[in-house]
Write a protein that binds this ligand. Structure first.
Ligand SMILES: Cc1cc2nc3c(=O)[nH]c(=O)nc-3n(C[C@H](O)[C@H](O)[C@H](O)COP(=O)(O)OP(=O)(O)OC[C@H]3O[C@@H](n4cnc5c(N)ncnc54)[C@H](O)[C@@H]3O)c2cc1C
Length: 397
């Protein structure tokens, strides 16, 4: 007889793979579908994956709960203890430290491929509950009575109670469910790359806002006495295009100018890539047997490194709501059940999106009066322990 799943989960990126693990831990049967082959590309030291994520303590706890955190090579994880933010157009500076909140670290920098691989490996321990359909694209889904039917291109048709879309920013499931989004272009591209520095990053994440754009220098593991970092450099699209045309030496020169002498960039370790940034927010996270999580539900500016963290929190909240529904004997696709998930997550996600928009606009202006006020504000805030601790607690998730 044809198998029917509790959940058909589309997308085995970081958010989908975490969700599959958490669902299986709660005893749900899952069909996990991804168009990729389920293999991550782990680069050799020090050629780190240029896509890295600052993983908050709350996200770390969820990943630990799934069992995947323990599978990652500790040498590839970089805890960061401090975060220094400065205004490249003035003297404003704010320093956040884990000591202020009596914690061992503010979070960890993790290569996306390393984390995704650990989450997929951990799924093998749930092979009685999770069936993986890799190298399979969803072509469409439909609802027949209370059953969700998902068709794979040239493959089988899956049946289940609920479809969870973790299929990223351009979610096909979201489009087919006709869930509208509010979205606009940030008029920024993020350039990401791995660089070598002349001295240790001291496990500090550095962020500068200035005329050269928004630049984050994120600590990566040191290796054989050499010091590495990952950059996320957000600039207008035409500037991104021009930066990518520079020779590696000229690129480093521009980077050194943007860093304004905090470090010297010795060399580019990876070829820079440019990612267009767009804000998106689904107007609903759930509808008729479909729930959206991660980038399928929202994308935000990476300036505070929170996008995946919001997705991991979606995963935790959805699994929690579904587990309680199961205990009560409610159907997983019941609208009331899915609305509980939406209520649990939407306001937090909107608040974070709005904050990113605020900071992006605040630091975009080069009007001298606004720059003066901004720098004064940063100086004031740097001395306000309570305000800073509140910001840290938001960033910790
Ligand atoms: C420059 C940059 C820096 C960032 N830094 C941080 C950071 O420091 N911290 C942080 O928390 N976040 C950060 N983010 C955000 C973070 O990268 C994303 O939020 C996160 O990767 C989204 O994961 P996801 O699993 O939701 O989606 P995705 O990673 O996009 O995964 C979607 C998956 O769905 C699959 N798929 C898509 N369509 C189909 C289909 N039709 N059929 C089958 N499979 C399908 C894809 O193959 C893919 O595996 C950053 C983002 C950018 C751009």
């Amino acid at each position: 007889m044809k198998k029917s799943y509790d959940v058909i989960l589309v997308g085995a990126g970081m958010v989908g793979a975490l969700t599959a693990n958490l669902l299986a831990q709660q005893g749900f049967s899952v069909a996990l579908v991804d168009k990729g082959n389920g293999q991550c590309q782990l680069s050799e030291f020090p050629y780190y994956d240029s896509r890295v994520s600052a993983v908050s303590r709350h996200s770390k706890a969820l990943i630990e709960q799934s069992g995947a955190w323990q599978l990652m090579d500790a040498e590839r994880l970089t805890p960061y203890h401090d975060m220094n933010v400065w205004d490249g157009l003035g003297t404003g500076e704010i320093a956040f430290s884990c000591d202020d909140v009596h914690l061992d670290e503010l979070g960890h920098l993790v290569e996306n491929q390393v984390l995704n691989q650990a989450l997929l490996t951990q799924l093998e321990s749930h092979n009685k509950l999770v069936d993986c359909f890799f190298a399979s694209s969803v072509s469409h889904y439909e609802k027949q009575d209370e059953v969700m039917l998902v068709s794979l291109e040239g493959g089988p048709r899956l049946t289940g109670q609920l479809v969870v879309a973790a299929d990223g920013a351009n979610s096909l499931i979201r489009a087919q469910a006709q869930i509208e989004t509010k979205e606009w272009d940030y008029q920024h591209n993020a350039i990401v790359a791995t660089i070598e520095l002349n001295k240790s990053h001291e496990n500090t994440a550095w962020q500068s806002f200035g005329e050269e754009g928004i630049l984050a220098i994120l600590p990566m593991p040191n290796f054989e006495g050499r010091h590495f970092a990952s950059i996320v450099w957000s600039v207008p699209p035409n500037e991104a295009e021009a930066l990518l045309l520079l020779s590696p030496e000229m690129f480093c020169q521009r980077l050194n100018y943007a860093i304004s002498n905090e470090f010297e960039v010795l060399s580019l370790i990876s070829k820079p890539i440019s990612i267009p940034l767009r804000q998106r927010h689904a107007l609903q996270y759930a509808q008729s047997g479909v729930a959206l999580i991660g980038d399928a539900a929202h994308t935000i500016h990476p300036l505070a490194g929170q996008g995946a963290n919001l997705g991991f929190a979606d995963a935790g909240a959805l699994v929690d709501v579904l587990s309680k529904a199961k205990e009560r004997g409610e159907s997983l696709s019941n609208d009331r059940v899915l609305r509980r998930y939406q209520r649990a997550r939407m306001s937090d996600n909107i608040r974070m999106s709005a904050s990113m928009e605020f900071f992006k606009r605040l630091y975009e202006t080069q009007n001298p009066l606004a720059v003066f006020a901004r720098n004064k504000g940063m100086g004031w805030m740097n001395n306000q322990r309570l305000v800073k601790n509140h910001i840290i607690s938001l960033a910790l998730g």
